[in-house]
Ligand binder design. Structure first.
Ligand code: A2P
Length: 322
């Protein structure tokens, strides 16, 4: 593999070029995330994936500002994504939420702003503690939040808007006469390949970003199942990695890129940050791809069960439409 490979780009519907490999920052701890972002930009990352709910945008903003000031990179070369948290779905809360994120990130404009979940929470709620914290979908329709997000593009506060965790059915609701989402960011890896959703999005000009591409083994204990399969320890992935003298993480990242999706592996470790970027230079063979295709088991690591406790207006079936 080349040491500093070219990062492929994805073309959005308006022809903007998005670097397909970015740095994830979910679970990147305060006190560590700034150094991770600085290191990533220094070694060649040009895409940082953020979200207000990750609680680390201020530190990321400082790191980006440091890189810009040092001349490591120019603002136009960076692709910065963030996400609207679920408690700000009311149309009047959408713009103030983005303005807070922009202030934290020390930016005038984002490249992409996503609706983080198709789930609305009461204002001020980070994670729901009681069923009443979760608003019934009828009282806060996704279309209204989306209309408010479209105004952010007109106001110059973000270049593109998109969604995350959306099923085909929920995407179809936004496509009826409204601006089309540029992106759907969803959980994707060999155990959750979602082939139909990916190909349908891509056929409709909605690009797709793979989150939790390495299986997010560092997520909070409360989000983990007992005896869950560890993606990075999968024997087939391990064998393919050995054949290419690569690491399992690099195989997972190369697979996501080979499918034409963007991918945002999270790391705060300098060596792994570099290793993950180098995966852009790993070319999997058709046989590798076929073997990985056979690993699909529709296994979510992010099940969304925080939105579906007893008494919630959502069920797993209504959340994922499956
Ligand atoms: P760390 O941050 O210490 O590197 P995901 O992107 O699916 O959420 O997965 C993130 C998890 O994978 C974190 O625990 C992260 O740990 C770990 N990780 C990131 N890159 C690699 C790598 N190249 N090899 C092994 N583990 C990795």
């Amino acid at each position: 593999m080349e040491p500093t490979p070219q990062i492929p780009t994805l073309r959005l519907a308006d022809d903007a070029a998005m670097p397909a490999l970015g740095l994830g920052t979910w679970k990147s701890a305060p006190g560590e995330v700034g150094a991770a972002v600085r290191h990533a930009v220094e070694v060649g990352y040009r895409h940082i994936d953020c979200a207000a709910i990750y609680g680390n945008e201020r530190e990321i903003g400082q790191a980006i500002a440091d890189c810009l000031r040092a001349g490591t990179v120019a603002r136009e070369q960076l692709w910065i994504t963030s996400k609207l948290w679920n408690d700000a779905h009311a149309p009047e809360h959408v713009r103030p939420a983005l303005e807070r994120t922009l202030a934290d990130l020390q930016l005038e404009r984002l490249d992409l702003y996503l609706m983080h979940w198709p789930v609305a929470l009461a204002p001020g709620v980070g994670m729901p503690r009681r069923p009443e914290d979760i608003l019934p979908p009828e009282t806060m329709p996704l279309e209204r939040t989306w209309e408010a997000m479209a105004k952010l593009v007109d106001a110059g506060l973000t270049r593109h808007i998109g969604v995350s965790n959306f099923s085909r059915q929920k995407l179809a609701r936004l496509q009826a006469g409204l601006p089309q989402p540029a992106m759907n960011q969803i959980e994707l890896h060999p155990y959750l390949q979602q082939r139909q959703l990916v190909t349908q999005c891509q056929a409709q000009g909605i690009q797709v970003t793979a989150y939790s591409p390495l299986g997010s083994a560092d997520r909070p204990a409360g989000m983990k199942g007992q005896d869950e399969p560890i993606l990075l320890a999968d024997p087939t992935i391990g064998e393919i990695a050995r054949q290419h003298e690569a690491s399992p993480a690099q195989v997972l990242i190369a697979w996501a890129l080979a499918r034409g999706t963007a991918v945002i592996p999270k790391s705060t470790n300098p060596q792994r940050i570099e290793q993950n970027l180098a995966a852009a230079g790993l070319a999997l063979t058709p046989e590798d791809l076929q073997r990985i295709e056979s690993l699909d088991r529709h296994r979510r690591y992010v099940e969304g069960d925080m939105w579906t406790p007893p008494g919630s207006p959502y069920t797993a079936a209504s959340l994922w439409d499956e």
